[in-house]
Structures are given as C-alpha cells and as structure tokens.
Design a protein around this ligand. Structure first.
Ligand SMILES: Cc1ncc(COP(=O)(O)O)c(C=O)c1O
Length: 502
C-alpha cells in the first residue's frame, strides 16, 4: 500500500450524493479539499479511471471535472505525469469557492433549524484569500516581524510554554497588565488589570458580551449597516435587534429612543463606524451615555481599529467617558494579525467575573504560550513601535489606493471620506449589484466585500470595502485597474473618471 494518504480518504469525496449532480459535487469537493490544504500544491491525483472506479461514478464525469478544474487553475495536467494540484496556488489558505446555489446533500437531510442558521453564518463569514483588497491581511514583511519571532522562540524554549494544566479564564496576568497599560495610554480607557479579560478576538468578545448582558427576547440596538459578525451573534442569541441608521454623525441614537428606549444594550463602533467609517459625534456619544445611565442599559464599544488613524487625534474611547456602563472590546487582529486570535474585553468591575464565566464555558482560555509572547512584545516596547511603523506604512498605501482610484473611477462611484483603519469604502451607483460584482471580483483574484448585505433597511446602498494594508503599491495600482474593468462591465454606460466623494 502507498505510504501517501489516498485521495479517497478526503471526507467530502465520500459524502457525494448520488441522487444529485455528481460532477458538480466532485468538483466542489476537490476545490474545498485544495482550499483546506487536504490536497496540496503539486500533489498528484489518481488517474481518472481509478478515481471513477473508487467513487463508483462514470469515468467521463471525472474527466470533465478534471478539465473544468484545470481551466479554473486548480489542477495542472502534464503528459506523462498525470494530473496534479497546481503548483502556483496563492498559499495554503486560498478562498473557499462560492457555495453551490443548489441545495447540497446536507440541505436535503432534516437539519436542526439552528444548524441551518449556523451554515448560513459559516458561509457569510468565510474569510477572504490574501489577495488585493482583502482587509485583514497583515503588511508583508512587517507583521509578524523579527522581534515577534525572536520572542516566540524565547518563550517556546522556556518553561512558559511547557505543558501545564488549565489557567485563569481571565487570561495571563502579565498580558492583562500590558493591555491595561496600553488602553489607558492609547485610548483613555479607565481600567485596572482585574477588569481585563483576554479573548480570542473581538468576535468572541461580542459573543461573550451577548451572553453576559442579554437574555433571549431582550431588545438591543445595533448600527445599520453593521458588522456581519455582530449581527450573526445577535441572531444567534435570539434577541430583538433594532437597527439604527447611521448618518454623518454615526449611529442615530434619537431613532433608538423613538423605537425602543427600553433596549438592554447598544452595540456600536464609535471610533470608526463599520463599514462606513465616520466616528460617532460627541453629541451622540453623550445621548447614548445618558440613555444608558437612565435605563441601566449597557454600551458595547467595538474599538476594532482605533490605533490606525492617519490624521488628527482620535476621539478617546467611550469607555473613558462612562466606565461603569461601557464594555470595551479591543483586538490584536488589525494591528498585529488575525490568525493570532487574541483580543480583550474591559468590563465594569461587577461584570468582570461574569465574563470570566462566559469565557470558561466557551473554551476556558487562550493558549498560554501565545499570551506570553504577546505580553513580552508589549512590555518590551515592540508593540508601540510596531503600531507607529504600520501607521506610516498603511498611510502611504492608503494614499496610493486613493490616488489610483481617483484617476480611473467611473462616474457615479465615490470614495467615502475617512482617515482611519485598514479599508476604504467605495460607493457604487444604485443600479450596480455589489454582491455580484464582489463574486466576479473573487473569481478574478480580487477580494472585495459588498456592503449592501450589511444593511437591514432596504433598498441598501451598494458599495465595496477595499482593504489596502497588506499589499504593495504596485499590487494596489494593478488591482484598481482590474476592479474598474469589472465595474465597467456592470455599468457599460460608465463615463470618464470622477472626483472622490466628500
Ligand atoms: C468591526 C469589527 N468588529 C470585530 C471584528 C472581529 O475581530 P477579531 O479578529 O478580533 O475577532 C472585526 C474584524 O474584522 C471587525 O471589523
């Protein structure tokens, strides 16, 4: 028997439903296996004859599927050496291809309603491959940097990374001290280390906040449009969400007071509204705090990228204005890198232990070795230096992107003004289907996010989020050219370049 694992052991291949289109399922299963790294670049596939025999399907079907995937660039066929997974796939984490529009075999079985909802969430939150304009891609050559690697080696060689028992669900004390120190200085957060709970990122922080603060059927406020990771959490918790429109001042708090003043919590991105980008005005911050005080409600502040501001001074955190009513969520995904999976909650003191409980029932705590590495990185001054460096680098890349867009944007498109973060927002003419455009862009090797699905109110304004942090200037310029080509196909009447929108 061959020492190599057989392709037939790939689980999705064995899940083929013979009552539906077998070729389409086989193609999708192979794409998924490649995307998940179950089949690696250069790996040889069995012959069409033996694969057909093992799967008990017609050889012609396998031949067609191989041809199709060769045309899509997943496979390469060479005379004399069979068919292999293409050698030049981007990296080990390419995009999962679009999900089949037709019901899969999983849809045919009697799924629990919760499972069906979670499948939809998995599809909506599928990460993008690291191609332009994916948002959360760390700057190449900068993060993780040499210091990060050196500290990692130091921790791994020490007792800090030795196998041990369970740790405190609040997180490693050294890291909580470093986080408290950072948010006090950088974000005017009022806190002690006892209020800091290390999380696996803001996504987990949002979920924990929901578990700690809300009961089923409670009413909450959220922005419209909003971060899909938040709306997925609120749906999952079974709360009644009132989506409040955003305008130039951010979330319309007055609308919340009209709709449902008795809401238990408001989820906001006050530093940099997601996805549009404006900060919540001081007047709205004050109204929100007054509402929370009067109704004994909570404000959940998602401060996901406030370190990345390119002009002027950021508004300080809302937490600093009312520490007793605000749950502050921070993350290392934007300033370091998302695969680190570390973030934090700063909870009012009476709630801190409840957050520890919420964390304990999820997964107890984050890996200790990574927490040691991050604590040392922060304590020894590398984190601040890193933020300063990427801020400069991202500012340059952002300027390159804005200039490139400004030259070629068709009439009717406009860039939303914002001086913050790792993405810019490109508004599209009303008749353009941003979801369809994003799907086409992905097939052409561009990862843009459509914003219309982030709106509850209909009709939603179409637009695209373009990330710039992880890409070199010439990559960004080339990608703008590609994007505009795709855009022109969707709006053939497009005129010449247009000035950016204020
Ligand atoms: C607005 C917003 N909130 C939360 C998150 C989740 O971040 P994390 O990687 O820390 O879970 C993101 C990630 O992109 C985000 O954009």
């Amino acid at each position: 028997m061959s020492k190599r694992r057989s392709i037939i052991e790939i689980p999705s291949l064995n899940a083929i439903d013979r009552t539906a289109n077998v070729g389409r399922q086989l193609a999708q299963a192979l794409r998924n296996a490649i995307a998940r790294g179950e089949l690696r670049s250069g790996e040889r596939l069995p012959s069409t004859r033996s694969l057909a025999a093992s799967l008990k399907i017609a050889r012609g079907t396998v031949v067609e599927v191989f041809d199709q995937l060769t045309a899509e660039g997943y496979l390469q066929a060479r005379v004399g050496s069979g068919t292999r997974v293409a050698a030049d796939l981007i990296d080990a984490t390419p995009a999962l291809p679009p999900q089949p529009a037709v019901p899969s075999s999983a849809d045919a079985v009697d799924l629990p309603s919760q499972a069906a909802r979670l499948i939809a969430i998995a599809r909506a939150l599928t990460p993008h491959p690291p191609v332009p304009f994916a948002i959360a891609v760390p700057a190449c050559g900068i993060a993780p940097d040499d210091n990060w690697r050196r500290l990692g080696n130091r921790v791994r060689a020490s007792r800090q990374a030795a196998p041990s028992g369970y740790h405190d669900p609040m997180g490693l004390l050294e890291l909580r001290l470093a986080i408290a120190d950072h948010v006090r200085r950088a974000r005017a957060v009022h806190c002690e280390p006892e209020q800091v709970i290390v999380t696996s990122g803001t996504q987990q922080g949002l979920y924990m906040a929901g578990r700690v603060l809300l009961s089923r059927d409670d009413a909450v406020w959220a922005e419209d449009p909003a971060y899909p990771g938040l709306t997925a959490v609120l749906d999952d918790l079974g709360v009644r969400t009132h989506r409040l429109p955003v305008d130039v001042q951010g979330m319309n708090v007055e609308r919340g007071l009209e709709l449902c003043p008795q809401a238990r919590a408001a989820f906001v991105t006050p530093s940099h509204q997601y996805p549009i980008g404006m900060p919540l005005s001081m007047a709205r911050r004050n109204s929100l705090i007054t509402w929370a005080d009067q109704n004994r409600a909570w404000i959940v502040e998602d401060d996901y990228d406030s370190e990345l501001r390119y002009a002027g001074h950021p508004f300080p955190s809302m937490q600093g204005l009312r520490p007793s009513r605000v749950i502050y969520l921070g993350t290392f995904s934007k300033v370091l890198f998302p695969s680190l999976r570390l973030g934090y909650v700063i909870a009012p003191p009476p709630l801190a232990e409840a957050f520890a409980g919420a964390r304990a029932i999820l997964d107890r705590h984050s890996p200790i070795a990574e927490q040691h590495v991050l604590a040392a990185y922060m304590r020894e001054g590398y984190f601040e230096a890193h933020i300063r460096r990427i801020r400069g680098l991202y500012a340059e890349r952002r300027a390159v992107l804005l200039t490139a867009l400004d030259r070629v944007l068709p009439e009717g498109c406009g860039v939303q003004q914002s001086d913050h973060g790792m993405h810019i927002l490109l508004w599209l003419p009303e008749e353009v289907d941003d979801v369809q455009l994003a799907a086409r862009a992905l097939s052409a090797g561009l990862a843009v996010r459509a914003i219309s699905p982030m709106y509850a109110a209909q009709p939603a304004r179409p637009g695209l989020m373009l990330g710039f942090g992880g890409f070199l200037p010439d990559q960004l310029q080339a990608a703008v050219g590609e994007l505009v080509k795709l855009l022109s196909q969707q709006m053939p009447q497009a005129g010449g370049p247009q000035q950016a929108e204020a």
